[in-house]
Design a protein around this ligand. Structure first.
Ligand code: PHE
Length: 376
């Protein structure tokens, strides 16, 4: 085969191979086969050395011409392959920014107004130096009534519309607690009967300052009563705690909770077996408009019961009533939430209606604090 024929054959072979190379790696294989150290075109160039000078004169430019021609074909093909690869990547990695945003769970979820209200109440009392305690929902008859100075067979036991439970194998009479007051006794007792797992009930020596939020149960249902509702109990026991302090604590709490500069309270004599004297407290309000305004107006709204802890209760809890005295109060949490956030029907609280929760619920990351604002 003459040199010209050889050059033509190589040109045909490699031009086709370059055009057929599907990617950069394939193209590089072709480049090595043609122009690499052991490539066919390089071999041809090496043969120049053994040619006669006359022959070399024409063969040199011809072979170098082939070399340059293939080199520029390779470069051009490489450019095509590079931009094809880039386009493929752009197509594969594209983001459809017209898709609707998925809101994060923290943006979509809502905190129930009861949880929010409990957080607000505990934030206020923590700031006043109170601890938080809890007790079991299924309570013994002893803690719910007897230890709280309800005599056996006393009509006050019936006043509570109690859900009585079947007496178990252990012979202990149990009820769904009708109020959070039994936890007063649990907190004061040094030797605590163990409450249900998961509750924090610190046994304390005086001075005791606790608030006890939790669920309570009474067989009652209408616009302002549900069989399950929530209370927060307050208990302060020390050697000289008195009614003046009770009044101050309640005023400070209600001002902070309703986020108003002033509240006016009215203390009415009342009866609870576990306090003496016992009082019910009304807060001054304005009911002339669509919503109730606390701290102004000429109406009164009953919001809590309170009193000085009865000496019998202090003694039942194992403390000496000649040394220790104190006060307690019990507030309906649901009631407070309805008043503050303008919800007309208590039953809706427990319907688990998503639309209601979207409207009245709170954003999960807006934790109530006194410095950051309770409800804003
Ligand atoms: N436990 C009472 C109730 O549920 C409220 C209360 C608590 C009254 C503490 C006085 C002291 O009605």
């Amino acid at each position: 085969m003459s040199l010209d024929q050889q050059i033509d054959a190589l040109r045909t072979e490699f031009t086709a191979a370059i055009a057929n190379a599907g990617d950069e790696a394939g193209l590089d294989t072709v480049r090595v086969a043609a122009l690499g150290k052991k490539g066919s075109v390089s071999a041809l160039l090496a043969s120049l050395g053994s040619m006669a000078p006359e022959e070399r004169k024409s063969a040199g430019p011809a072979i170098n011409g082939l070399k340059n021609e293939l080199a520029s074909l390779i470069e051009a093909r490489s450019d095509v392959l590079k931009s094809a690869a880039l386009n493929a990547r752009l197509a594969a990695e594209t983001l459809d920014i017209t898709l609707p945003l998925q809101p994060a769970p923290t943006a979509r979820g809502r905190i129930h107004p009861i949880s929010q209200t409990i957080d607000e109440i505990t934030a206020i009392f923590s700031d006043m130096g109170f601890s938080i305690a809890e007790g079991p929902d299924i309570e013994t008859d002893y803690y719910n009534f007897t230890a709280l100075n309800f005599p056996e067979g006393h009509p006050a036991r019936e006043m509570h519309d109690t859900f009585f439970m079947k007496t178990g194998a252990d012979g202990v009479k149990k009820v769904l607690r009708t109020h959070t007051s039994p936890v007063q006794v649990r907190v004061m007792q040094k030797t605590n009967e163990k409450p249900a797992a998961g509750y924090m009930t610190p046994a304390m020596d005086p001075p005791i300052r606790v608030v006890i939020p939790g669920r309570t149960y009474r067989n009652d249902s209408d616009q302002t009563h549900t069989p399950m509702f929530h209370q927060v109990e307050g208990l302060v026991i020390d050697k000289t705690s008195h009614i003046g302090q009770l009044r101050w604590v309640l005023e400070e709490f209600l001002k902070a909770f309703f986020e108003v500069p002033n509240v006016t309270l009215r203390f009415r004599p009342s009866f609870f077996p576990f306090t003496e004297p016992s009082m019910e407290v009304d807060v001054q309000c304005d009911r002339s408009g669509a919503e109730v305004k606390i701290g102004e107006g000429s109406d009164w709204l009953e919001i809590l019961g309170c009193g000085m802890v009865h000496t019998n209760v202090i003694a039942n809890a194992g403390l000496d009533p000649d040394i220790y005295q104190g006060f307690a109060f019990g507030v309906g949490i649901d009631r407070l939430a309805m008043l503050k956030y303008g919800m007309p029907d208590l039953r809706a609280f427990f319907d688990a209606d998503q639309r209601w929760l979207d409207h009245y619920g709170f954003r999960p990351l807006d934790l109530p604090t006194l410095f950051g604002g309770l409800s804003s």
